[in-house]
Design a protein around this ligand. Structure first.
Ligand code: FPP
Length: 256
């Protein structure tokens, strides 16, 4: 079930970080960073100004995840469907991703962040693709937060590629495909399943994001646009998650 804080943000408890110390946190949190365009429009700015503001939010949320010692954080930066946007906006986003990566690698190294990418990275512009591979390599020995950036990513496309890889590796008389086969061939291989999906900006949908990995994820949404999403909002989502009862299809509640 989606649980939102619609209309409740004014009552938010500022001691939320204190309260979080008592809570068990999700192993893997995934965020749909939506509403950059709406944020800009509300301020009479062009859409791309919202994306620029969104970078600062992302930086703050990653820092918060590091401080909270989260295991895995995955963010949806660019979908396989986002190519339908006007070319100048797509170009702007690609430059933004490049500049962000270039600038943040040393900070991530300091923060012990391991980086991975989900999606068809090799189909991005060669210089972005090369930088992405270099960044992953540079940070591969880190042992803290695993940050995954979904870029040129679609959940259906990821599943299709996984099935194609499995089929290509199968011997002719071996028709069996297991859950493990699929999981091992997804872009997220080795990551824990998603426990919590956060979506900003009020829409209540998954938008082709991690459709396999979110099978038993808890959902949390806010009307705030991504550039307005603060570390306290992130903490509130984690706190609410820790009070959910999960049953994973059974009858016994499994405490988060
Ligand atoms: C959704 O807002 C946002 C995106 C498609 C791009 C996400 C990019 C960032 C948050 C910038 C930082 C990311 C990285 C990896 C450096 P939207 O444009 O769909 O907003 P709207 O729904 O209001 O139009």
């Amino acid at each position: 079930m989606w649980q939102s804080l619609f209309g409740k943000n004014a009552e938010r408890d500022n001691t939320i970080f204190e309260k979080l110390k008592e809570c068990s946190l999700p192993r893997h949190t995934a965020i749909i960073m939506d509403g950059n365009g709406r944020w800009a429009k509300l301020r009479g700015l062009i859409r791309t100004a919202g994306h620029t503001a969104g970078v600062d939010t992302l930086r703050n949320i990653i820092k918060t995840a590091v401080d909270l010692k989260l295991e895995a954080l995955t963010v949806y930066a660019f979908s396989t469907e986002n190519w339908k946007r006007p070319a100048p906006e797509v170009d702007f986003l690609m430059t933004l991703f490049y500049d962000y990566l270039k600038k943040e690698i040393s900070e991530m190294k300091r923060d012990n962040v391991r980086l991975r990418f989900l999606g068809r990275i090799d189909e991005l512009a060669p210089r972005l693709c090369q930088l992405a591979h270099e960044a992953v390599d540079e940070l591969k020995d880190n042992t803290g937060l695993t940050l995954s950036v979904a870029m040129n990513y679609g959940g259906q496309d990821e599943l299709l590629r996984a099935v194609q890889k499995i089929a290509a590796a199968k011997k002719e008389n071996d028709r069996e495909i297991t859950l493990e086969d699929i999981e091992k061939n997804l872009d997220t291989a080795g990551l824990p399943p998603v426990d919590l999906v956060i979506r900003t900006s009020g829409d209540l949908r998954l938008s082709n994001f991690l459709i396999w990995q979110t099978a038993y994820a808890e959902f949390w949404a806010t009307e705030k646009n991504w550039p307005d999403f603060a570390p306290e909002d992130f903490a509130q989502a984690l706190y609410d998650f820790s009070h959910r009862e999960r049953r994973f299809g059974g009858v016994e509640a499994v405490k988060c």
